[in-house]
Design a protein around this ligand. Structure first.
Ligand code: AMP
Ligand code: GLY
Length: 423
């Protein structure tokens, strides 16, 4: 079969790598892709938001299955466009991707269906929001309603700070229209865990857990980023936590969406906070995490095509989803200055060191092929993943493998997986 993957990050590289393992697949295309994805797929210069062009391409090439990796096209309705053209596509429709696309929607859904989450209020007016902030405890959390590249969340320690935050989100439109509405949420403390799942409209099957490191600097300092590294599984995601989430969160979310007439087929990514009052949902995403996918997919035993087809056909209950009994760590190599400003265009050396090395992977996030070779082309440049029989071993292997790669302005966190030692 012929598969088209939509996206261009490390996540899509990990998806392309996994799809390429399937004996059912003869040909992979990726739009727009990147220099690393080229190893498995023919990359085509069509943007992820160019739905008409993507649909025409899929028809012309007789694509059997399109897998959408990114949030923006899903929230924008790419699945609806493909389905209307009679094409097979994996990812929630627009009316279901709103689970990620609107934080106000997802909070209201959780409230209505008693799914554990932080207390909150939604606001359409900056004035009302500021009035409310005079009455709350601090710290407090402000969230732009819409998609904001993972940056639309502000944690404010004082009323003054929160007032400035409301102004920048709602009046100055720091995140554009994503800030037309605002969620103000209770601040929670605890460990964060990412649990990704496959959903077929009725049945949900969760994958192995992972933990991201969202801040730019060691010790969880600095600005929020798309994610600087991950490990899987999370030792804090115990059987007891899993049992709780199965009972009150996972199936409850799928059922709630169905009851709302928003049948959910695709990936649901549960961002969880393990608080002292039990696990609570921080956020939902409508796609694989990046860089969660880079540690979860290398540990997945199933043929991903089988699982995706079962989701589309509504028979996920027949799939026995299995993961290797080992661990993986991904360290992101970024351009120094990310997530604010950084230079691009530096030659990346050492990529060949990953050839034929079992259990080691280099997933490209922001790279480009030029006459001089493959060069840096983004804030997050590469994700270096290594497996090990334990988390400690995987971490040691990953930090060994990052030394194989060299480029000017290479920046990484040195404490990815440090939390493992506290488990
Ligand atoms: P989100 O995009 O909603 O996952 O938020 C981004 C990050 O902000 C999360 O990964 C948390 O680290 C933090 N965060 C979000 N909501 C809360 C909250 N209610 N309490 C504490 N931290 C939060
Ligand atoms: N790593 C977090 C995300 O993909 O949203």
């Amino acid at each position: 079969m012929k598969v088209l993957i939509v996206g261009s990050g490390g996540r899509e590289h990990a998806i392309a790598w996994k799809v390429a393992q399937s004996p059912k697949v003869d040909k992979i295309y990726c739009a727009p892709g990147n220099a690393g994805i080229e190893e498995y797929a023919e990359c085509v210069a069509i943007g992820a938001m160019e739905f008409d062009k993507l649909v025409s391409f899929a028809k012309e090439k007789k694509i059997d299955l399109t897998i959408v990796g990114m949030d923006d096209p899903l929230v924008g309705g790419i699945t609806d466009s493909f389905e209307e053209a009679g094409l097979r596509v994996f990812g929630p429709r627009k009316n279901a991707a709103v689970l990620e696309g609107s934080k106000a929607f997802s909070k209201d859904l959780m409230k209505k269906y008693n799914i554990p989450t932080a207390a909150y209020e939604n606001f359409d007016s900056a004035e009302e929001a500021i009035k409310y902030l005079e009455t709350t405890d601090y710290p407090i959390v402000l969230k732009a309603d819409g998609l904001a590249l993972g940056k639309g969340v502000l944690i404010c320690s004082t009323f003054e700070e929160a007032k400035e935050g409301v102004k920048s989100i709602m009046l100055d439109k720091q995140f554009g229209n994503a800030g037309n509405r605002l969620v103000i949420e209770e601040f929670m403390t605890g460990r964060e865990v990412s649990v990704l799942s496959f959903v077929d409209g009725k049945t949900i099957k969760t994958m192995t857990s992972a933990q991201d490191h969202k801040r730019a600097k060691d010790g969880d300092k600095g600005l929020n980023t798309g994610g600087m590294g991950t490990f899987s599984p999370s030792p804090f995601y115990t059987e007891e936590v899993d049992e709780f989430c199965n009972k009150y969160i996972y199936q409850a979310t799928v059922d709630a969406m169905a009851k709302e007439g928003r049948e959910y087929k695709g990936i649901i990514f549960f961002g969880l906070m393990l608080t002292d009052k039990g696990p609570k949902v921080l956020e939902y995403n409508a796609r694989f995490g990046d860089p969660e996918a880079q540690v979860v997919l290398p540990r997945m035993k199933n043929d991903i095509i089988d699982v995706i087809e079962a989701c589309i056909d509504g028979n996920l209950n027949t799939i026995n989803l299995q993961f290797e009994d080992n661990a993986a760590v991904c360290v992101v190599l970024a351009s120094d200055g990310y997530p604010v400003s950084y230079e691009k265009g530096f030659v990346i050396n050492g990529l060949e060191n990953f050839k034929n090395k079992d259990g080691y992977y280099v997933f490209h996030a922001g790279s480009k092929r030029t006459d001089e070779g493959i060069v840096t082309n983004g804030g997050r440049v590469l994700g270096v993943t290594a497996k090990g029989s334990t988390l400690q071993e995987a971490r040691k292997n990953a930090y060994e493998a990052v030394k194989w790669i060299d480029f000017e302005n290479k920046y990484m966190r040195n404490d990815i997986g440090k939390a493992i030692d506290e488990a």
